[in-house]
Design a protein around this ligand. Structure first.
Ligand code: PSU
Ligand code: MN
Length: 306
């Protein structure tokens, strides 16, 4: 039985039973996506933002082999402090971390899987994984994309970070039937900046319109999630030229160091943060809060219509 592996926090359980909106949050962004102590402060602020917008937060992680839906303050602190030495867990890793009774930081893919087990439909994060630049040679395509094709959870993000090949990422999503919705935008945001050279599939201007589209998709049994791309607030957006050059440098350092596989994304994230100083960290924090707000409003609308 699935439930034998799952620990749903009582507050989350209560919310799910009473039909209240719940928003899933990931843990790799805490352990691998930001430095301590900003990661823990941000994780707490994100949870508070979800509450302020009428939903209950459920941060997802693995602790001593248990699939956790909703963490205590102590557990959040532990994840932030332990950082990159916690195993990064994607779909393939889950059963092994359970068997070893180990801790695991869940990526977008594994957070979606565990959210779906708990019947949570909306998930907020910063950026999703995607098709990496040079994937024609390396085959480096994040398992997040396959998960979006397979699992019924909507992911609110700030678009795709240009450590990725955004064009190829969109092609992959199109092939796999994953809609990319722009919130109040026609162009796909590029994480630190509000725009990229690529369009979204559908522009929708309210959380209610997004909730309606999701409800229709799932009523029709059209399996899979959706990418909801929410541009970073303009006051926190970064200068495109400086972020582009930092990303370029990060990629060449990665190639030089021969970093591959699951280590690539954390390596690039850390390098970009290092090269842009505190600026990119500030931007990162603000966009995650902005995504938590939109995700909560979508979740509230979905639960009201259910
Ligand atoms: N992109 C970000 N911040 C992140 C990640 C991606 O801007 O923290 C994390 C997420 O957990 C995402 C994972 O699911 O990296 C993707 O890793 P990979 O490319 O190895 O699939
Ligand atoms: Mn990868």
């Amino acid at each position: 039985m699935l439930a034998q592996y799952l620990d749903i926090h009582p507050e989350v359980q209560q919310a799910l039973q009473s039909g209240q909106a719940v928003v899933a949050l990931e843990s790799t962004i805490i352990s691998h996506g930001m430095p301590y102590p900003q990661n823990v402060e941000t994780a707490k602020k994100v949870e508070q933002t979800v509450r302020d917008n009428g939903a209950i937060p459920a941060t997802i992680a693995m602790i001593q082999g248990r699939l956790k839906v909703g963490l205590t303050a102590e557990e959040l602190e532990y994840f932030g402090k332990t950082g990159q030495s916690i195993t990064k867990v994607s779909r393939r890793d889950i059963p092994f971390i359970v068997a070893k009774k180990a801790d695991g930081a869940t990526t977008v893919a594994s957070t979606m899987i565990i959210a779906a087990m708990a019947d949570i439909k909306v998930f907020a994060t910063g950026g999703i994984g995607g098709v990496h630049r040079g994937a024609q040679e390396t085959f480096d395509i994040s398992a997040d994309l396959e998960e979006l094709a397979a699992t019924n959870v909507a992911v609110v993000c700030a678009g795709a970070k240009s450590i990725l090949d955004i064009g190829l990422t969109l092609e992959f999503l199109e092939t796999n039937g994953v809609p990319v919705i722009g919130y109040q935008t026609e162009t796909l945001p590029a994480f630190y900046t509000r725009e990229s050279d690529f369009g979204v599939d559908y522009r929708l201007d309210t959380p209610e319109a997004i909730a309606e589209a999701l409800a229709i998709k799932w009523s029709l049994h059209l399996k899979g999630g959706a990418v909801i791309a929410n541009p970073i607030p303009s006051e926190y957006a970064m200068d495109k030229a400086s972020i582009d050059s930092a990303i370029q440098n990060a990629i060449s350092e990665m190639d030089k160091a021969g970093v591959k596989g699951k280590a690539s994304t954390p390596f690039l994230l850390a390098k970009v943060a290092e090269l842009t100083g505190g600026n990119s960290l500030d931007a990162n924090i603000q966009l995650v809060l902005n995504n938590a707000k939109l995700a909560s409003r979508i979740a509230v609308s979905l639960s009201a219509d259910a």
